[in-house]
Design a protein around this ligand. Structure first.
Ligand code: A3P
Length: 338
């Protein structure tokens, strides 16, 4: 029950951990290094509660990703594929037309086990129909034991680090603007904290201090898991999804055990799903235009440009050079490339 669940990770334990974990600064906020990865200070408890309470079911389908690598897109595609027998993509009552993708595929540490929502907890896992569609930004090594050992399946998405960084910059700036929306407060804070620049984000990335990062360790962790257990972990790339969504959607459907039939293919079902989940269509929906997720994040901030290569407009040649060197160094011998 809820009371017992809360006791397992006490405030005291969290405070003690917060004191002894390595600390760093990410664009004005404190982050802590736990099990080799960085988390916002106030997020640590959620991570612990998720690790200790979640029990995966063999039928669960869990999206793994770093923020800004295409999580929202993958949520909509997965939901559409899994629920296509009940709701075709052109069905006027398709839940994707009435709900933001984050409201249909809950994030485990951010929604389900968020300490801010314990009473009342908004999303009861037991009420979800099977297969449960869930997501997490945790690295593979930190996943609850039951995710790694049960029959549940993981769909990981990654993206070119430079585009991810550009996306993270715009998303974070938007969140900060909302957070400090009062003009006077903004003015006072502005005296102490100059507006972060892309260069600040870039340096944080290169120094391996971004929330849920280091970026490459995160991706390589899931990459290796996919090489070892291809039936357990599907590895997707944002760029490949953009380049050939049909092929990638077929891979996804097969992986979750719901391959498209030849009848569905000739009926254009794949194309309908791709079209419904395209950024152009998603952006137009009223439900994605206004309102917030988790009290802080504008629903529309999850849909920006949705393009490959936006980094070319933001990175200087020395930045690109540095990133390429970093990428070569971190990915050497892994077989993973961007
Ligand atoms: P940009 O900021 O580069 O536009 P996440 O969902 O992991 O937070 O990632 C957000 C990024 O995915 C944003 O990238 C966003 O625009 C893009 N995105 C969201 N929905 C998309 C879709 N349906 N198709 C392609 N990209 C999408």
């Amino acid at each position: 029950n809820q009371k017992q669940e809360e006791i397992i990770v006490s405030e005291k334990e969290v405070q003690q951990l917060q004191q002894c974990l390595p600390k760093a600064n990410f664009i004005g906020s404190k982050i802590l290094k736990y099990q080799g990865y960085w988390y916002h200070d106030n997020h640590l408890q959620n991570v612990l509660v998720f690790q200790r309470h979640f029990h995966a079911q063999d039928t669960d389908l869990i999206i793994g990703s770093l923020p800004k690598t295409g999580t929202t897109w993958l949520k909509s595609l997965l939901f559409a594929v899994v629920n296509r027998a009940n709701y075709s993509a052109n069905h006027h009552q398709n839940p994707l037309l009435e709900n933001h993708p984050h409201e249909l595929v809950y994030s485990l540490e951010t929604d389900v086990y968020n300490k801010a929502f314990v009473y009342p907890r908004p999303h009861h896992l037991n009420e979800l129909s099977s297969p449960r569609l869930l997501s997490t930004h945790l690295p593979y090594v930190s996943l609850p034991e039951s995710i790694r050992t049960s029959g549940c399946r993981i769909l990981y998405i990654t993206r070119n680090p430079m585009d991810t960084l550009v996306s993270l910059y715009y998303f974070s700036m938007k969140v900060m603007k909302n957070y400090f929306s009062m003009d006077i407060l903004k003015m006072i804070l502005g005296m102490f904290y100059p507006t972060p620049t892309m260069q600040d984000f870039f340096e944080a990335f290169c120094e391996d201090r971004i929330p849920f990062g280091p970026f490459f360790d995160h991706a390589v962790g899931y990459w290796k898991a996919c090489l070892e257990q291809p039936d357990k972990v599907l590895f997707l790339k944002y760029e490949e999804l953009k380049d050939d969504p049909t092929v990638q959607l077929k891979r996804l459907a097969e992986f979750v055990g719901m391959p498209f039939t030849s009848q569905e293919e000739s009926d254009g079902v794949i194309q309908q799903i791709i079209e419904m989940c395209s950024i152009k269509s998603m952006k137009k929906l009223e439900v994605n235009k206004s309102g917030v997720i988790n009290k802080l994040f504008d629903k529309n901030s999850y849909f920006r440009k949705g393009e490959v290569g936006d980094w070319t407009h933001h990175f200087t040649p020395p930045m690109v050079e540095k990133m390429k060197r970093l990428m070569d160094e971190k990915l050497e011998g892994t077989g993973l490339s961007y």
